[in-house]
Design a protein around this ligand. Structure first.
Ligand code: FES
Length: 211
């Protein structure tokens, strides 16, 4: 029978610390926090949802406060908690530096996460990007907004690069595994090369695997 007190968890002490005492959770009414930008992402695959509120010092371009809320799992909670600490330490990071924090940086600060949980750690990352874009939009800096391009990579089945990314994050690390999840490439097969390139790119981006 499974140990019920958490002592057999595969999570590191750092993950447990941030899970049991999450930092920078939004406790107050969002209206009273008076954020400069708000970002929201949801993962249809696991039902996780993440919302981030930020305050920005316009002169220094630093994120000086960040709060978050989630309906996510232990990994999503710990990852976003540590992301919030990283962004706010030493008086707040400049926006451009905060956006450079990678899933590997977060995982390293947490002393590791199981591979199948990496997709939870990108929720905070993506919600932060969305909050920054919302801030750019509201503060008249639309030229700074970064958009993630979504495009169809398998025309026969209508599979997008976003779905390939999601499959890789969920642990599908080769063409057959991604095909099993998304059905990509099961028509004419001409998309195989494009899909393999994307798999390599996402594995490098999220799992530090060399291209
Ligand atoms: S384009 Fe993907 S199977 Fe035809």
């Amino acid at each position: 029978m499974d140990n019920q007190d958490g002592t057999d968890w595969v999570y590191s002490e750092e993950v447990k610390k941030h899970f049991f005492e999450p930092q920078n959770l939004l406790m107050e009414d969002p209206e009273t926090f008076n954020a400069d930008g708000v970002g929201y992402v949801g993962s249809p695959a696991c039902g996780d949802m993440m919302k981030i509120w930020i305050k920005v010092d316009k002169n220094s371009d630093k994120i000086v406060d960040l709060k978050w809320k989630t309906f996510g799992c232990a990994s999503a909670i710990a990852s976003t908690s540590v992301l919030s600490v990283m962004v706010l330490e030493n008086g707040g990071m400049k926006i451009e530096d905060a956006l450079k924090i990678t899933p590997q940086d977060i995982t390293a600060r947490l002393a590791g996460l199981p591979d199948r949980k990496i997709h939870c750690s990108v929720l905070g990352d993506k919600a932060l990007q969305a909050a920054v874009n919302d801030y750019f939009s509201k503060s008249g800096q639309r030229d700074r907004i970064t958009k993630e391009e979504v495009s169809v990579v398998c025309d026969c089945l209508g599979v997008t690069n976003r779905e390939i990314e999601e499959a890789v994050l969920e642990g599908a690390h080769d063409y057959n595994a991604v095909q099993g999840k998304t059905k990509c490439g099961t028509g004419c097969g001409s998309c195989k090369g494009r899909i393999e390139d994307l798999i390599k790119r996402y594995k490098s981006q999220y799992f530090d695997e060399k291209i």
